[in-house]
Write a protein that binds this ligand. Sequence first.
Ligand code: GLC
Length: 312
Amino acid sequence: MDDYLCLIGRGINLGNALEGPTEGEWGVMVHDHYFERIRDAGFNSVRLPVRWSAHAAKQPPYTIEPTFFERIDWILGQALGQELVVILNVQHYDELMQHPGKHRARFLAIWRQIAQRYRDYPRMLYFELLNEPHGVFTAQAWNALAAAALACVRESNPERVVVIGPVNYNSVDQLAFLDLPAQDQRVMATFHFYEPFHFTHQGAAWVDHLGSDSWLGTTWDGTDAQKSDIAAMFAKAQTWAHESGRPLFMGEFGSFGKADMTSRARWTRFVRDTAEQHDLPWLYWEFCSGFGAYDPETNQWRQPLLQALTWD
Ligand code: GLC
């Protein structure tokens, strides 16, 4: 299993493209040259967040639109063609977060179809069952649903790496309550990291109900106290990985573009270094949207962020 972790290495999320209501609606279309740029910059992996729930029928058998599947086929082909690991997930299934019981059959049917379609894809393709379970999900309810979804995937993909993260938006603190099937050695765990949240999410519209505009101007100076707060979270994550014997990686971390670039680069470098010191592979959130390390207008990397992510 260790080699699977090594394959993730350093990665980046192709965020705000396929997990919008339709591709492009959140400002990002996936272009073929993106994967070459990502590979050339030294990344090993990409995570592809996808809002399957917007492209599957509402009634049984919950058929996924053929044209949408073809689009995903093309994207996976481009990414795998650059020898990148691809972590394909289910993202923004918001109705499931509110009514897990009502949407259980549809969620499982979506996974059965994805798994069936990609059963013969290379081992570089990983499946991640659900981005950031939250809403009414207790750890117990999520553990049960994840086990059922894993069983659906295993019907057609006995060997595929499957990624499962804990509730409360994949928080490190919830790893302790994540219950993964002991007999399945091809399951990896994941967590997300956005602390301090008032720094990483300052000015972010989707958390304006929390007062994100009032956080504007928050810097991250890398004081000893700030660093030790972050290091403590990573120590906790690493301890969980050691005690559970599960491979663990950080599937998202990043800061929104309204924070000052000096702080962003400093935070990104520190979080990346800390993750690597704790043997935790990582994927930056995200490629070319609000948190973007890459500027799609100029087709150039934002150098301070790229350096923070890739320089020795
Ligand atoms: C989660 C959300 C995504 C958001 C990101 C940063 O991945 O699903 O929409 O942009 O976190 O807040």
